[in-house]
Design a protein around this ligand. Structure first.
Ligand code: 8OZ
Length: 368
């Protein structure tokens, strides 16, 4: 495990190793406010080269699950500041993942009980979680309404505002969540985007919202503090596209000039098969990276999905710059040390992934 422990520069982020804590939804922020327990959880994991926070809503409308945090209000900024201070005090680096769920929501989570918003009025065949009488309960997502074109500048402005809040809260940067079938990915993929205006139809139209959002964020905080997460073939949250290679090749070529800190690519089906494909042929990730580099992209290349230490080491040798670990970081607060020393890993407990308190959150043992 030598390569994983080399320092690396990702835009303006100077990282002590290639080991990243992946964004992980944990549903422990009632009223969308980060808590002291979350500070403990993240600080325990500060030996990561970089922490990406759990997906964090940019606005009330961007919320889609019970007890996920937000980053749009002064109270949220103050609460996150305690977390970034604690992580920095422990020598870590942390960026916040900026999230708008689009149609993956429920009227009970939306302002005024309104319908969630989406590129088109097509419901996602997927579930979300509400707290009903104190009990986390899976429910079907609500049928969304299609966003009017004159509403899109407001959404871009919400992302920009959240990026400003992130810096005010002391984050080292932000990661734009453009993956896993949430709002930006709903615009990208043709199954969820049936628009016939300048935001739907050809690839260049479907990528427009993503590019406007990245431009707004980078204007606000600089490309060197901005990363982006993509999932070219995941079926998560009921999205698909017949030609992901073309679609995401276009996206990364357009991102190349923005001098982003990193591109974070989920390989295969999120949290599941790495060899999952859409569009009838295997997705060529090295070709995607070549397209980005060929277009002048300088950001670090971060890979994710089902990595263990050996596969991670191999991927760095093959040209990845960073590897994000999810479930392994849930169960092993000192994951970098365990990977370095070859120490056995704790096993994650799925029953405590979403919601609850310290059990399965801050009580996994670290080595003495
Ligand atoms: C698991 C449960 C809820 C949300 C993602 C933000 O898939 C999520 C998520 C994961 O990106």
């Amino acid at each position: 495990m030598t390569h994983l422990f080399e320092p690396v520069q990702a835009g303006e982020l100077q990282l002590a190793s290639r080991i990243v804590m992946a964004p992980l939804t944990r549903n422990r922020a009632p009223d969308a406010l980060p808590t002291a327990l979350m500070a403990t959880y993240y600080t325990q994991r500060a030996s990561a080269g970089l922490i990406v926070t759990e997906a964090t809503a940019i606005s009330h409308q961007g919320q889609g699950y019970a007890d996920v945090p937000g980053i749009w209000s002064d109270a949220q900024v103050a609460a996150w500041k305690r977390i970034t201070n604690a992580v920095h005090g422990a020598g870590g680096k942390i960026v916040v993942q900026l999230w708008h769920v689009g149609r993956v929501s429920h009227v009970d989570l939306q302002p005024g009980g309104q319908a969630p918003v989406a590129p088109s009025a097509i419901a996602a065949k997927t579930k979300t979680v509400l707290i009903q009488n104190g009990v986390p309960t899976f429910v079907e997502t609500s049928v969304p309404r299609a966003l009017r074109v004159d509403e899109l500048p407001g959404i871009v402005a919400d992302y920009r505002h959240a990026a400003r809040c992130a810096i005010a809260a002391g984050f080292d940067g932000v990661e734009l969540h453009a993956a896993n079938g949430y709002l930006i990915d709903q615009f990208l993929r043709s199954s969820s985007n049936r628009r016939d205006d300048s935001y739907g139809g050809p690839i260049e139209h479907r990528a427009r919202l993503l590019l406007e959002v990245v431009q707004a964020i980078t204007q606000e905080i600089g490309g060197g503090r901005t990363g982006i997460r993509l999932s070219p073939v995941t079926p998560a949250n009921d999205v698909s596209d017949p030609d992901p290679q073309q679609l995401f090749g276009y996206v990364v070529s357009q991102l190349a000039p923005l001098r982003l800190a990193y591109l974070h690519v989920i390989e295969g089906s999120t949290g599941a098969a790495r060899d999952y494909t859409q569009g009838g042929k295997p997705f060529d990730y090295p070709a995607l990276q070549d397209t980005y580099r060929g277009a002048g992209g300088t950001g670090a290349w971060m890979v994710n999905n089902g990595y263990d230490g050996a596969l991670a080491e191999h991927s760095i040798i093959e040209g990845a710059d960073l590897v994000a670990f999810g479930k392994l970081f849930i169960a092993n607060p000192d994951l970098p040390r365990r990977l370095r020393d070859g120490t056995p890993l704790n096993t994650p407990d799925r029953s405590t992934f979403y919601g609850g308190g310290s059990k399965g959150y801050t009580d996994y043992p670290a080595l003495a």
